[in-house]
Design a protein around this ligand. Structure first.
Ligand SMILES: [Zn+2]
Length: 695
């Protein structure tokens, strides 16, 4: 009953929310824009073709902070009002079909369409991020997800760039220094999924089993890491298409990495945009690959893009399914143990959330842990409950019935109940409605797999029993698949007693990369007698292992001779795209007495240069962090930090603001900050003045 009420309330608010779709059906949006990366300006027009379903006296279009130059209804100028948020066309519409509305405008978007500065090797990038209601910051469109439109984009950009947008490239016209890229969509989508990316790109194409072209974009100077970055892409595509059982709905699939992206990835229709920090070499692949994001965004092409949630109450219909199918793809690639390990991990996080009362899956304000992980768990549990056959039939029917439309939880559950002939009220109450995650039921499901079963068993043991378990099961130290168990054990122990040391030693002498990594992560302090064995970790083919091993060795063994050796062994290793090893190495080289005295200035300059706005935000964050620890900020680094406080990636700007606050409590830094405030760019100046006043 509770579910019914929840849906009932939702239904009322829904009517008010998307009223316009009852009167007007927008069919098509022809978008013709010129983007100027130098001036950071978007200009052009959009023509909407629409039917009037019921007579009405107005038409609203969302458009934020734009200069509207003219509006034409069926080719004649029409009266309109604009309040910087919504454009209202005042007209006595009679019910009829095939009207057209043309809006001419220009704008310099503050969000949703970003101009990202080049980093030396690359040109400026332009890319969009429309979810939840942001597309109307650069394109007059419809914030309501229930308004689905076939958008065809025609984008002109300077000819030095490649321009990628939703759908199929049908024409490319070069005129003087401007190239026009015409893209065609065949089916409708919500406005938040309209997207484009402009930059310096090459791409490789594979074709799926079903004949869909899969285009994988990359920076021309990074062609050597295309293979590890996009490893298994075609396999994932073919697997998901078969597993879901419904043909991929769009003409092609494109994946484009961009700098300083706000999230890991975004599933724009037929065009996934993802953070270029997922571009990895073969060593980086071990710890930080694109597989999960790759599969997650692809699954959204069905769950989110083809069938869209009616409102955020049903957000799990998108994120839960994308998370679940990404897990299935990982199971296909990494095996069943990996699949259950991930489910175990998310169950643990949800157990913690339960301690604060939990969060219903149908709470529109829920955290992403709930929408993503609890959503995936609910789907996994449902499949176990109703069986594979009924589950697959339900998915097919759901995607068919609601294709190019919107759906809610009720719609999906009704189908699952009908296909399985099982009453689902109690199941829905437990897995969807109740704030508490059903942990005991989840544990029962985890017992289906030996690895997750072992993890649960170890959780019930005290440390003595854990050590005994490790002694009795030497196989876990040599098996690739069991490294997760060793990691679980080492997390619990400290190398204090002889018995504990023996467990660490076995792990350290293993050949399994992830088992050895657990030693690098969790052995602290390093017993003197383990020094030379631990040092071998510096040669492992894992950037995460090397970073942690270097840091721990340097801290644990302060003799200059040792430290020089650690540094010499790791010199020249960059690490992940955030330069995790290089930035650490530079920092340690600077503070290691008598180490390469003549090069210290050069090392310091390199570290400072990594705070520059042209660098990737993750590199900047590393550099800021280390400069803080060694009290190494100079005036330029402080300027760069103030600039970072206004960065669009909120995690990074938050980090920068907190660090700035911390630095302001230092008298010397404060004097420098007070000195530079007057000649900062206006937005940063206002910000810093305010900070200096408040802190
Ligand atoms: Zn997602």
């Amino acid at each position: 009953m509770k579910l019914f009420f929840a849906l009932f309330f939702f239904f009322i608010s829904f009517i008010g929310f998307s009223q316009q779709t009852q009167f007007i059906d927008i069919k098509k949006g022809d978008v013709t824009l010129t983007i100027d990366p130098e001036l950071k300006k978007v200009s052009g027009y959009v023509v909407y073709t629409f039917d009037i379903l019921k007579a009405t006296d107005s038409l609203f279009i969302d458009a934020k902070n734009m200069e509207i130059e003219a509006v034409f209804l069926n080719d004649s100028p029409v009266e309109f009002t604009y309040n910087n948020t919504k454009l209202k066309v005042n007209y006595n519409f009679k019910s009829n079909t095939l009207n057209s509305l043309k809006i001419e405008y220009y704008t310099s978007p503050k969000k949703a369409l970003y101009f990202v500065s080049p980093d030396g090797n690359n040109k400026t990038q332009v890319w969009t991020q429309g979810q939840g209601k942001y597309t109307s910051n650069w394109l007059p469109s419809f914030d309501d997800m229930n308004e689905k439109i076939e958008f065809d984009l025609s984008i002109s950009t300077p000819s030095i760039y490649k321009t990628i947008a939703n759908g199929k490239l049908v024409d490319k016209i070069e005129e003087k220094n401007l190239t026009t890229w015409k893209y065609d969509m065949q089916y409708p989508m919500s406005s938040y999924l309209v997207a484009l990316a402009v930059g310096n790109y090459d791409y490789e194409t594979e074709v799926s089993k079903s004949g869909i072209p899969i285009e994988m974009y990359y920076y021309p100077n990074k062609s050597d890491i295309v293979e590890p970055t996009y490893r298994h892409t075609k396999h994932i595509f073919d697997f998901l298409e078969t597993e879901i059982g419904v043909a991929y709905p769009w003409q092609n699939y494109k994946q484009v990495p961009v700098k300083d992206f706000l999230y890991a990835g975004m599933e724009n229709t037929s065009l996934t945009i993802f953070s270029d920090s997922h571009m990895v070499d073969s060593i980086g692949f071990i710890d930080k690959n694109y597989i999960n994001v790759n599969a997650h965004e692809l699954a959204h092409q069905w769950f989110g893009d083809l069938v869209t949630e009616e409102s955020s109450t049903h957000h799990w219909l998108q994120e839960g399914f994308a998370t679940y199918y990404a897990l299935l793809a990982e199971k296909e690639i990494f095996g069943e143990d990996y699949f259950y390990e991930q489910l175990y991990n998310s169950a643990k996080q949800l157990e913690d959330l339960n301690k604060n009362g939990g969060e219903s899956l149908l709470n529109p304000k829920a955290s992403s842990l709930t929408f993503y992980e609890r959503g995936a768990w609910a789907i996994f549990a449902l499949r176990n409950y109703i069986g594979d056959r009924a589950f697959k039939k339900s998915i097919k029917k759901y995607l068919k019935d609601y294709a190019f439309k919107n759906a809610n939880t009720h719609n999906f559950i009704n189908i699952a109940a009908a296909k399985s002939q099982i009453k689902l009220e109690d199941f829905v109450q437990k897995w969807f409605v109740n704030p508490k995650f059903p942990l005991e039921d989840a544990k029962q499901l985890l017992l289906q797999n030996e690895v997750s079963k072992t993890l649960l068993t170890i959780d019930e043991m005290n440390n003595e029993e854990v050590i005994k378990y490790a002694e009795a099961h030497p196989i876990i130290f040599s098996s690739q698949d069991k490294s997760v168990i060793v990691t679980h054990i080492l997390k619990r122990l400290l190398p204090n007693s002889e018995e504990e040391k023996a467990v660490f030693l076995k792990a350290m002498q293993s050949n399994v990369l992830k088992t050895r990594q657990a030693v690098a992560l969790y052995m602290n302090p390093i017993p003197q007698e383990f020094k030379s064995e631990f040092e071998k970790l510096l040669l492992d083919k894992s950037y995460l292992t090397i970073q942690n091993a270097l840091m721990k060795l340097w801290v644990n063994f302060p003799f200059p001779k040792d430290r020089v050796r650690f540094l010499d062994k790791t010199k020249g290793i960059t690490g992940f795209s955030d330069k995790n090893i290089e930035t650490l190495w530079l920092t340690l080289a600077l503070i290691t007495e008598d180490y390469q005295q003549n090069n210290k200035k050069e090392y310091f300059d390199i570290l400072l240069s990594y705070t520059n706005p042209s660098q990737h935000f993750e590199i900047r964050q590393q550099a800021f962090q280390y400069l803080y620890q060694i009290k190494g900020f100079d005036e330029m680094a402080l300027r760069n930090l103030v600039q970072a406080c206004k960065h669009p990636v909120w995690q990074f700007s938050k980090f920068s603001r907190e660090l700035l606050k911390e630095l302001m409590s230092n008298k010397d830094y404060r004097i420098v900050l007070e000195g530079i405030v007057t000649d900062l760019p206006s937005e940063e100046k206002v910000f810093l003045e305010q900070q200096l006043q408040e802190n």
